[in-house]
Design a protein around this ligand. Structure first.
Ligand code: MN3
Length: 202
C-alpha cells in the first residue's frame, strides 16, 4: 500500500491570520503531495515498500537521497499538520508541562529556545521538540527534510512538535520575517496532540 497524502483535518483558511489559506493550500496540495508521490516512487520495488514511515526513517541509509528527502518530507509535514488546530488548541499541561519545566525552567524559556532554534536554522529546515525514552525533552533543528528519527542526526529522540521553516511555509504572507511566522505558530499549536505524542513516545 503506497503512502497517501494525509488530510489536514481542517480547512485551508482555518489557521488565518496566523498562516494564510493560499500558503496552506500550496504547501499541502503541492509540496506535501510532491514529497508523497516521490517517496512512493523512490521505494517502489525495493525492500522498503510496505514498511512504516517511522521504520523507513529510523533505519535509513542516509546516502539514499530520494528516500531521505521525500520520506523526511512526507513524515515532517504529516506531523506538522497534526500539531496545529484552530479548534482544539489545549494547553501545555500534565506530564509534558513537567518535562518542559524540568528541562527549560519555564514554559516561556522553552518557547524562547524553540523560537531561537527555528529562527537560527540557516536556510531550509525544521525546528523540533523531541522526547527521549524516559521522558526528557529537547529542542533542536535539522536542515532540509532531515528529522530526529534519522540515523546520525544530532537531535535526540522522537519529534512531538515540528515547525517548517522553509521559505515556502511562510514567504507569501511574511516574506523575510521568519520570526513573525514563528510567533504566529504558537497561536495555533494543538497542545492536546503534542501531549498525546509525548505520552506515546516517552
Ligand atoms: Mn514544507
Amino acid at each position: 500500500m503506497a503512502f497517501q497524502l494525509p488530510e489536514l483535518g481542517y480547512a485551508y483558511d482555518a489557521l488565518e491570520p496566523n498562516i494564510d489559506a493560499r500558503t496552506m493550500e500550496i504547501h499541502h496540495s503541492k509540496h506535501h503531495n510532491g514529497y508523497t508521490t516521490k517517496l512512493n516512487g523512490a521505494i517502489a520495488g525495493t525492500d522498503l515498500e510496505g514498511k512504516s514511515i517511522e521504520d523507513i526513517l529510523t533505519n535509513l541509509d542516509m546516502s539514499n537521497a530520494g528516500v531521505r528527502n521525500n520520506g523526511g518530507g512526507f513524515y515532517n509535514h504529516s506531523l506538522f499538520w497534526s500539531v496545529m488546530n484552530p479548534n482544539d488548541k489545549g494547553e501545555i499541561s500534565g506530564d509534558l508541562k513537567s518535562a518542559i519545566e524540568a528541562e527549560f525552567g519555564s514554559i516561556d524559556a522553552f518557547k524562547d529556545a524553540f523560537s531561537k532554534a527555528a529562527a537560527t536554522q540557516f536556510g531550509s529546515g525544521w525546528a523540533w521538540l523531541c522526547v527521549q525514552k524516559g521522558g526528557k525533552v529537547e529542542v533542536c533543528a535539522t536542515p532540509n527534510q532531515d528529522n530526529p528519527l534519522m540515523p546520525g542526526v544530532t537531535c535526540g529522540g522522537t519529534p512531538i512538535l515540528g515547525l517548517d521553516v522553509w521559505e515556502h511555509a511562510y514567504y507569501l504572507n511574511y516574506q523575510n520575517r521568519r520570526p513573525d511566522y514563528i510567533t504566529a505558530f504558537f497561536n495555533v499549536i494543538n497542545w492536546n496532540e503534542v501531549s498525546k505524542r509525548y505520552a506515546a513516545a516517552k
